[in-house]
Design a protein around this ligand. Sequence first.
Ligand SMILES: [Zn+2]
Length: 302
Amino acid sequence: MVRAAPLLLLGALALSLAGCARNEATRMAGLYAPRPSALAETKGSEAIEGEKVALLGFQPDASGADAFPLRQSFRPSFTSKLAGRTIAVSRISDIQLADKEVVLTFDDGPMPGKTLRILKALDDYGVGATFLMVGRMADAYPKIAQAVAERGHTIGTHTESHANLRSLDDEAAMAEIRAGQISVAEALQPIGREPAPFFRFPYLADRPSLRQRIANQGVVAIDVDIDSKDYFHGAPSTVKERTILDLEKHGRGIILFHDIHERTVDMLPDLLASLQARGFKVVRLVPGGAPLLAAAKSAPAI
Ligand SMILES: [Zn+2]
């Protein structure tokens, strides 16, 4: 019950921040979704830290609007030594990585003071990543979401309120997913962009019926091969070393990071340097199928 207060505060803030015309039923379903009861279900007790950070990040005066002016001449190009191929993804089976190929993914943002610094490191190494954004975060910080898109990265979604979908029935879970898709789409709309039909389950807490439902909508679940565990307390170097060790063991894979943690921002340049030195290539995932909104809008009403 102790968690009800921040949830309501979060809901009120999100409601006050989002001034755009959205289907009210969808919005309300997202705001009042039950709180996940088992936050650390798949990741251990320290996973709760990310949740706290995400809640604290909702500051009405921290939109990030002028934090990161885009260089006028900037054109995304991923032709560096570390950059690998680009894979057009319509279904999970399209993601077939060769040895030494990795995909960088960042969940839970956009976050002031963090996401833009992640973009800087990716820019410096000329590589593209996939950001799985929480709807309420995109609502609160649309300019940061737009900066991610303008730098050529791929944006997918990660529910509206970071709910543990295993604690919801299928209908409520799909409403959470759909509300998140709409929020991220609204954040990107001013620059004429829209999210890819890519989705990641919060806490990696999925179930077969939900995977089937999103697949039916043409949405691809982006799974995780290597968990950096950057949500654990620890030095940035620990995150980097753990990730490299795991990667050397697997040889390839989709890596999970979170763009809401200082240690992630701190370790990323070193990690990218290490990947380059070891001969890895960073592969980009881009949508290969129908736009996300076509799927979201064709979904049945709540
Ligand atoms: Zn998450």
